[in-house]
Design a protein around this ligand. Structure first.
Ligand code: BEZ
Length: 239
């Protein structure tokens, strides 16, 4: 986790017209791949959770949306609920966050359910104090001072950040892409492979450069193809 400190100085005048110099420290935490996902305790629509305990041995998808009762967010949360079976199959728990309070979330849920024909089946964090939004740097002031952008964090069972994505408020996320990337993350966590452009579950994968060609046959018994000495492909090993 990297820490950037900005010290800014501003002038304040009081009623006697004396001027004071005020030093303000603004702290920005920038989260990077491989960092431990910051832990927190928060109220959610499914009760109070401690984030790391809630993740347990699962993977987690933490995603922010700008505000309750907004159109794009209504479709995104509905889509996530509809795909619950796909996330569960992959051992992934989903959790959303916005800077609205619990009462607002609970009023909004029936709309999400009605519009998308689904029952909400994952928690939404009430982050009215912006604790989570600040920890995860989800407010980008040059986009909006008040609302969170559409951040995505995929976190492994080791609580480390495996992937981040940031979308603006005006663009809803592609949840098929999120599932696709989870498939790649889970596969590449377990085998010495990488996934090529536009790869989908079941397609051939790339043997990582760390594997010597003379060792590849033993490691990849389904066989492999040498396209270039540095680009060797093999059938997906866990299929
Ligand atoms: C929405 O979630 O629908 C939305 C939020 C802010 C700006 C535009 C759309």
């Amino acid at each position: 986790m990297s820490l950037v400190l900005f010290i800014s100085t501003c002038k304040l005048a009081d009623t006697r017209n004396k001027t004071y110099l005020i030093h303000k420290t603004i702290t920005t935490m920038s989260l990077r791949l491989g960092d431990i996902a910051p832990d927190f305790t928060a109220d959610t629509t499914q009760g109070t959770i401690n984030f790391h305990e809630w993740i347990g041995d699962s993977w987690a998808l933490l995603f922010s949306h700008p505000a309750d009762f907004t159109p794009v967010c209504t479709t995104e949360l509905g889509k996530t609920a509809l795909l619950n079976g796909e996330f569960t199959k992959r051992g992934v728990k989903t959790i959303a966050v916005s800077v609205d309070d619990l009462a607002s979330h609970n009023k909004w849920i029936p709309d999400i359910e009605e519009v998308n024909g689904v029952t909400m089946n994952f928690p939404i964090i009430a982050d009215e104090n912006r604790t989570v939004a600040t920890l995860y740097d989800m407010i980008h002031p040059n986009a909006s001072e008040k609302a969170t952008v559409r951040s995505v964090f995929i976190i492994g069972p080791d609580k480390k950040i495996k992937l981040t994505l940031t979308y603006p408020a005006s663009t809803g996320r592609n949840f098929q892409e999120i599932l696709r990337v989870i498939d790649s993350l889970q596969l590449t966590a377990n085998y010495q492979v990488a996934t090529p452009a536009d790869w989908k579950e079941g397609e051939d994968v790339i043997i990582t450069p760390a594997v010597k060609t003379e060792d590849a046959a033993a490691k990849f018994p389904k066989g492999f193809t040498i396209v270039k000495p540095y680009l060797r492909t093999t059938p997906q090993p866990n299929k």
